[in-house]
Ligand binder design. Sequence first.
Ligand SMILES: [Zn+2]
Length: 446
Amino acid sequence: MPLRLLIAGLVVLLLTISFAPDLQAVPASPREFVVGYSAQGRPISAVQFGDGPRKLVVVGNTHGAPEANTYRLTLALIEHLRANPQLVPPSVRLFLVPTVNPDGIALGWRFDAAGVDLNRNMNTNLDACPENDWRTTVQGAYGIISDTGGAYPDSQVEAQLVRAFLLDAAGAIFLHSNAGLVFPAACEHGPSIRLAEVYAQAASYEYRRFWSLYHITGGMHDWAGSLGIAAITPELVTGDQMEFAENLAALTAVLAQADELLPLPEDGEVAGFNVPAPIFRYWRALGGEERFGLPLEEARTTSSGISQTFAHARISLTHAQRDTLFYVQPDPLGVAAAAALAYGGAEAQLPHPTQPEAGLYFPESGFSLNGGFRDLWQRGGGLAVFGLPLSHEFQASSSATPRTLQYFERALFSYSPAEGVRLEALGARQLALEGLMQPEAVQMVR
Ligand SMILES: [Zn+2]
């Protein structure tokens, strides 16, 4: 190392040490960080103000280059809040995301890198309103019909980022332009309606109960509203101005009434068990009973957070991962099951393939995904939900019903002609191992 660099390094080190008390005194807010990355690898960043329990997320620029004024608006709001952090009350944790579609800005269009409209890609099938359910064929700007909804709900990494980052949100403001109105989640949701009314009045924008030109399918506001998040879409009047004063007035009004407008996430009640709010939202948003089965026990407090066992998975919240994409995740129950060869499969594990195999190949573990298992893995949330494949497909060693299985880090995939592709009951197995459940009760879990 050149001497000059070495000396510079020592100086930095000494400065760091001597100023350590001051560095620690720097308030945690605002905090700037990368939430995740777009399909083409561009960072999607957020700035956080405050650390209260009510999480409010302002999402700028879902629609790329044509709505770049919402990107500039969000940046301007961040700068204003840096100078006026007292606008954020103690009960609020505010995040501003200038763009969730940096690829769309770079490519000069409304869509993501794959040509999908991110505001038509969300899983909006969870609410009681079928007309807004996700579809491939959608109506976009000016009502133009196109196949830009994506291959399946939440198929795009940016949509998955929104789904994970907003999981514990109380409120969400999705900025668009340039229809000049504010509307709430379409399916009846009081908190979304009240938030839209307050935002519209303070901004002097027109409030509309519905986007009346056509049905929006797979929209972020509808997805968020279906989970209980107060969710609105303000459409700026112009396509090129920030309309800073209008939106600052609206955001200020929302923050001033945060305790009334932003409802804390609510626990769920499933099969007689209480399910803590973030786990309940995760369970619903990622497939519910069909995917994870029903809860088998009350949630437990652990050293790192909260865990609850469902028939097919144990879903855990990790306090240290709050406001990351990994706040709630299934435990890696598949790792132990695979190591114990609990369902057979010795012949499927060895020898490891020396060449990449056909299908979706993972060099990290040396195994591939094919057919129906590949489809479930991709549609069900991929790596974050199921983890890597840990074996080839194999036939279950002992079972009344012959079936094909494959181990993953966080799941065990199963196929039989009678039941199709689904997850095996690793949650029930784990409870049985821990001796908290009678063997006959395990038998009842399907
Ligand atoms: Zn838009």
